[in-house]
Design a protein around this ligand. Structure first.
Ligand SMILES: *Cc1c(COP(=O)(O)O)cnc(C)c1O
Length: 421
């Protein structure tokens, strides 16, 4: 297992796959270039100075570095405001701030992309009925959903039928998450935003996890009220050590900030400690790092297509997130794939991932990650719920070279199982 054991057969396949993937790399580079330009312009417009990289302690009042970083996020997301903090624990926590910040008893939250990401089940109260844990449901929020048609398109008829004054929030998950469906482009989300805004005053809130910088615009450029994500995914560029963000309209961001601190305090306080420098450097790196991750994903798709496996998206299809789904078809191959990824990691390469129960997830989950930032999935990582059709969800890669080596290690592990069959 691992990089030392990649066979000539797999290297030969890699060469063919890379040749097949190359034409798509130019487009990825062009998007990264445009986004890098946007990032640098936003930095210069905010007049980022050396002292902004230093932090504050205590209440964190007047933390200029923190305030400028939030202004930069707002500029990059084409919106009024942003709340970007190392004190946001994860993507799920950032989403919780947005949902609890906006929704009040009697309000309806309407998810228009079917069931949200697994960790939201317990937050909304879909599972864990009457847990007493303080879910949205226990606070009197009503949850409803409409499905995507064919796993790809908004069901506008169903949405129109569901919209009524009580619907305070229309919720969109941009990325496929652990679902076998399409990731939505910003343009498509924009069509939804227009549709909703013509009929209702509801906030349109987007779970933007894994989508940042894969296009040159974000859903907020198309009028979404709030985009929410994690800094140990795309936006942290592989450098941020922890954190999350919410970007959107002034009011939506303010409501989330009231929830994060307290009504009356909002975004005014919150010491950045030593984390500003990592969040700045991460944002600077993000366009490039995301491009490395997407190249890794395209390469993986091309290679596993050559090996005869189903992929989503296909190597030739456009990308709106960094996730690559590969249909491995058996538990044995799924686990072998994850072991192959783990063995090619810079940290914990000697560890062997094992399926286990995880807080927030319904099925057993296997996760492979040997990352510098613990649990970071902008670094090469693979995970999967242990259920048919045994698809693995692959993402990340700080550099294309290391990502490619990880994929080759995983391909070898799967090949070894095929050879035993
Ligand atoms: C990762 C992810 C989340 C949750 O983020 P965590 O940081 O794991 O809590 C939510 N939605 C989607 C689509 C994700 O990919």
């Amino acid at each position: 297992m691992g990089i030392q054991n990649i066979s000539d057969e797999i290297y030969a396949l890699a060469k063919e796959s890379e040749a097949a993937a190359k034409p798509y790399f130019d487009k990825i580079d062009a998007i990264a270039f445009e986004n890098q330009k946007r990032v640098l312009c936003a930095f210069s417009e905010a007049r980022v100075a050396a002292e902004d990289l230093l932090g504050t302690t205590g209440y964190g009042y007047g933390d200029r570095g923190r305030d400028k970083l939030e202004a930069i996020y707002a500029s990059l997301f084409g919106c009024e405001a942003a709340y970007v903090r190392h004190s946001i624990l994860s993507g799920t926590h950032a989403l919780a701030l947005g949902l609890f910040g906006i929704l009040r008893p009697g309000d309806v939250m309407l998810s228009v992309t079917g069931k949200p990401y697994d960790t939201l089940d317990e937050l909304i109260g879909v599972r864990g009925e009457g847990s007493g844990d303080g879910t949205l449901k226990e606070f009197g929020v009503i949850y409803e959903e409409t499905e995507l048609i064919g796993g790809a398109d908004f069901d506008f008829d169903a949405i129109a039928a569901a919209l009524r004054p009580e619907v305070k929030m229309v919720y969109v998950q941009r990325s496929k998450g652990y679902m076998d469906r399409q990731t939505l482009s910003c343009e498509k989300i924009g069509e939804l935003v227009s549709f909703v805004k013509e009929r209702s005053n509801a906030y349109v809130v987007v779970d933007n996890c894994y989508g940042e910088f894969t296009e040159t615009k974000e859903p907020t450029h198309y009028g979404a009220d709030l985009c929410i994500g994690s800094l140990i995914k795309n936006a942290g560029g592989g450098i941020a050590r922890t954190g999350g963000y919410l970007a959107g309209t002034k009011r939506a961001v303010e409501l989330a900030a009231f929830r994060a601190s307290a009504p009356g305090l909002g975004a005014e306080c919150g010491a950045s400690l030593d984390e500003n420098q990592f969040m700045y450097r991460g944002l600077f790196m993000a366009p490039h790092t995301v491009a490395q991750a997407i190249k890794t994903a395209v390469f993986a798709a091309a290679l596993f297509e050559k090996m005869g496996y189903g992929t989503l998206p296909k190597s030739s299809e456009p990308r709106y997130d960094i996730i690559q789904l590969i249909r491995l078809g058996s538990e044995e191959k799924l686990c072998a794939f994850c072991e192959g990824i783990q063995a090619a990691s810079p940290v914990d390469s000697f560890a062997r991932p094992e399926p286990s129960e995880m807080a927030g997830y319904g099925d057993k989950v296997i996760m492979a990650a040997g990352a510098f930032v613990m649990g970071s999935s902008i670094e090469l990582s693979a995970d999967a719920p242990l259920k048919a059709p045994y698809s693995v969800y692959l993402q990340g890669g700080l550099t294309y070279e290391s990502g490619k080596l990880g994929i080759l290690s995983a391909a070898q592990a799967v090949k070894d199982i095929e050879n035993k069959e």
